[in-house]
Design a protein around this ligand. Sequence first.
Ligand SMILES: *Cc1c(COP(=O)(O)O)cnc(C)c1O
Length: 391
Amino acid sequence: MADLNYLQAQIDQLKAAGRYRPLTVWEGGSDRWMDWQGRRVLQMSSNNYLGLTQHPKLKAAAIAATEKYGVGAGSVRTIAGTLDIHDELERRLAEFKGVEATLVFQSGFTTNQGVLASILGPDDVVISDELNHASIIDGIRLTKTNKRIYGHKDMDQLEATLRESSQFRQRLIVTDGVFSMDGDIAPLPHIVELAERYDALVYVDDAHASGVLGKHGKGSTDHFGLHGRVHIQVGTLSKAIGAVGGYVASSHVLKDYLTHQARSFLFSTSLPPSVAATCLAAIDVLQTEPELTERLWTNANGFRAELQKLGFDTGVSETPIIPIIVGEPARAMDFSSRLLEEGVFAQGIVYPTVAMDKGRVRLIVTAQHTREDLDFALAALTKVGKEFGLI
Ligand SMILES: *Cc1c(COP(=O)(O)O)cnc(C)c1O
């Protein structure tokens, strides 16, 4: 009789390579300190940049919407699942982002998948940064389009690719706004300038920039003052916004098209009303509590400077995503485990997500972290960093 044991051999290979990772189960909600196996642990690896997962206004909005609408949307958007609160969320997001229209998906992942797979065809070419997120790579894989990869932020290579690709119907340059493993920012002004010179479209995935970069966290386009010059912006509602979901911010034409063509939009049930209400409340909070974003950046810049002063290699980080480069996969995972014993959770990230010799722990500083929290983290990192000979 057939069975699934053939998968075990691959699991064993992961174990042998030091890449096997059981899920860490937290006892309670996402917050600055969390319980794990009965111990308090400082959370330094969540995407909860502004602490919105626990914000009283967002919780109240979710509860009120559940009372009013029930727990689920009941259908896909194109049949009976577009409730007025979904429509309101898309209008508010468009206003917030300063674009004509937005379309909300179930996640950032399915947004990239749905948009990229439906707008590109065999006559087009997509030109993608080598470090773009997995959901961009998968979205491209679903199309019969032509593909060019340029070295990470290599603008000379991007220009060379643009120069030799004029035969295609459309050329689409795709980049992360903030790169998730290194915490560096895309050179968007340069990308836009090249796109305009060579008549190409620009697509930016702002998953880690939503709620983080730009005025009130409006994203990388706002951060660089490029309104009206980036054709497609993707955002997530799952990270700084504190809930779950994704959206594309662009034109009426794109929204109209995707509503008919994006398969991840068409064939999957719409967000629960509580989530739509949570996200609406989050947009209010971004605008009424700018001190959250300010504190995020003060914490991040201060913490990064302190790590560098201690002698850690924080790579090219320039955002609240701060890696500490450790080296070989097994060593990076051991470093992460030792930190956890000291009460700090910093996820190990290793090959193939990053290069074999660039295994790291990835720290994410949030607006919620207090001075005492950050000092606690620095003390643990100093102790474990010395053990590992990193500092
Ligand atoms: C996290 C992430 C996504 C996926 O967003 P979800 O809403 O969590 O599905 C997409 N793109 C990038 C760059 C990300 O970091």
